[in-house]
Design a protein around this ligand. Structure first.
Ligand SMILES: [Zn+2]
Ligand SMILES: [Zn+2]
Length: 386
C-alpha cells in the first residue's frame, strides 16, 4: 500500500502493455466471427474463459440470458462495486460494424488491468457481459433480473469518430401495428372489402402530420412489413413496424406515445379495420449523464493525448445503457477509431479491425481502468446520481 494515484495509473499501463497481445488477438477473433443478438455463444465463451484463466470467478448464462456473464474479483474490504460492461453482438449482414469487438476487449482489458491492484484496494470489481445490445435490450433484461443489484457504477466506452463523453442517447420504443380488414375481389366486388393497407397509408399520413407538432429531438421511422397478397384482392392484413424516439423518456412516454396511438387508432376508425399495437422490443431509456464520471473520462483521454471532439449534435441513436444510467451513475463515452466513418457501415466495420481500432482497445482499457481506480479510491465521485 502507500501508492500514489499516479503510481497506480502507471501500474495499469504496465499491465495493459503486458496483456496487449491477448487483447488484440481476442478482438480480431471476435471480429472474424460475428454473432448477432443473443447468439453470441462463442464470444461469451471466449471472454468468460479468458477472465477465468486470469483469476476472475465467472458465472455464465446469468439473468436468464445464455450469452450473458458476470465475472468478479473481490477487493480488500468494503468499498464501491464497480462494473465494466462488455458488448459483443454484431449486426445482421454487416459483421462488427458497430465495433462491439472493441467494447468487449476494452471492458475485459480494464478488468485485467485493475485485477492485480484489487489486493490493495477497497471494493469489488466486476466485468459484466451484456449481450444483445443491437435491438435486443440485453441490459434491460439483466437489470430486471437483478444482475446489476448492488453495483455502484457501470462503465463502458463505445468506438466512434471522435473522443468524448456526454453524447446523448435517445429513449426509444418499438411497436408493431397490425390492421385487419376483410378480403374481397378488388375489381368485381371491392365494396365488400375492408382495406387494411388503406389504414397503413393513413397511419403514415397521420404520422407525418404529427411530426411537425412534436419537439425537434423526436424521431419516428416506420417500415411496412405486410401490405396485401395480390392486387386483385382487397388487402385484409397489413402491418408496419415503427421506432419512436425522443431525448427525454418522460416526454416520449407521456406526450408522444398517446398521440401516436391516436394516429393508429384513427386510421382504423377511418377504414373500419381492427388495429392491434404490440411492443416488439424492450423500451430503451435516454442516457442520464454523470458529470463526475464524464470529467474523469475527459481527464484520462487527454492524459493519453486524445483531443476531445465536439459533443455530437448531429443526432444519435439509442442504447440499452440508457436504462442502466437511470439506475446508477454510468459512463457511456466514445473513442475515435476513424475520423469519418459512422457506425453501422462497412467502413466502420473495417476500422474496428484496423490499427486505430487496436489502439482504441488499449486507450479505452486504460481509461476505464483508471476511472475505476479513481472511484475505488474516491467513492464520492459516484455518490451523486448525475
Ligand atoms: Zn450499433
Ligand atoms: Zn454499438
Amino acid at each position: 500500500m502507500g501508492n500514489a494515484t499516479s503510481d497506480y495509473y502507471e501500474l495499469i499501463s504496465k499491465e495493459l502493455e503486458h496483456q496487449q497481445p491477448l487483447l488484440l488477438e481476442l478482438s480480431h477473433k471476435l471480429h472474424a466471427n460475428p454473432e448477432i443478438r443473443f447468439q453470441e455463444h462463442q464470444a461469451a465463451a471466449w471472454l468468460s474463459d479468458t477472465l477465468e484463466q486470469q483469476g476472475f470467478v465467472v458465472e455464465r448464462g446469468v439473468g436468464s440470458l445464455a450469452t450473458a456473464f458476470k465475472a468478479t474479483v473481490k477487493g480488500k474490504g468494503n468499498g464501491p462495486n464497480i462494473a465494466f460492461l462488455c458488448e459483443y453482438d454484431a449486426l445482421e449482414g454487416l459483421g462488427h460494424a458497430c465495433g462491439h469487438n472493441l467494447i468487449a476487449t476494452m471492458g475485459l482489458g480494464a478488468g485485467l488491468a485493475l485485477k492485480p491492484l484489487m489486493t490493495e484496494l477497497p471494493g469489488n470489481l466486476f466485468v459484466i457481459g451484456t449481450p444483445g445490445e443491437e435491438g435486443g435490450g440485453g441490459k434491460v433484461i439483466l437489470l430486471e433480473n437483478g444482475i446489476f443489484e448492488g453495483i455502484d457504477t457501470a462503465l463502458m466506452i463505445h468506438p466512434s469518430y471522435n473522443n468524448g463523453a456526454g453524447g446523448p442517447a435517445l429513449a426509444r420504443v418499438a411497436w408493431e401495428v397490425r390492421y385487419s380488414g376483410k378480403p374481397a375481389h378488388a375489381a368485381a366486388a371491392p365494396h365488400l372489402g375492408i382495406n387494411a393497407l388503406d389504414a397503413i397509408r393513413l397511419a403514415f399520413n397521420g404520422m407525418d402530420a404529427l411530426r411537425q407538432q412534436v419537439k425537434p429531438d423526436v424521431r419516428m421511422h416506420a417500415i411496412i412489413t405486410e401490405g396485401g397478397d395480390a392486387p386483385n384482392i382487397i388487402p385484409h392484413n397489413a402491418a408496419l413496424k415503427i421506432y419512436i424516439r425522443s431525448a427525454a423518456k418522460a416526454y416520449l412516454h407521456d406526450s408522444v406515445l398517446p398521440r401516436m396511438r391516436g394516429v393508429f387508432e384513427g386510421a382504423a376508425l377511418m377504414t373500419g379495420t381492427e388495429v392491434s399495437i404490440k411492443e416488439i422490443a424492450k423500451p430503451y431509456d435516454d442516457m442520464v449523464q454523470h458529470t463526475g464520471l464524464n470529467e474523469r473520462f475527459d481527464y484520462h483521454a487527454q492524459r493519453l493525448g486524445r483531443p476531445l471532439g465536439a459533443k455530437d449534435s448531429e443526432g444519435s441513436g439509442s442504447t440499452d445503457m440508457g436504462n442502466v444510467s437511470h439506475v446508477m451513475p454510468s459512463l457511456h463515452a466514445y473513442l475515435a477509431i476513424d475520423d469519418e466513418a459512422k457506425p453501422h457501415t462497412h467502413e466502420f466495420a473495417q476500422a474496428a479491425r484496423g490499427t486505430r481500432g487496436d489502439q482504441c482497445i488499449l486507450d479505452g482499457a486504460t481509461i476505464l481502468a483508471s476511472i475505476g481506480l479513481d472511484v475505488l479510491l474516491n467513492p464520492s465521485i459516484v455518490e451523486t446520481k448525475a
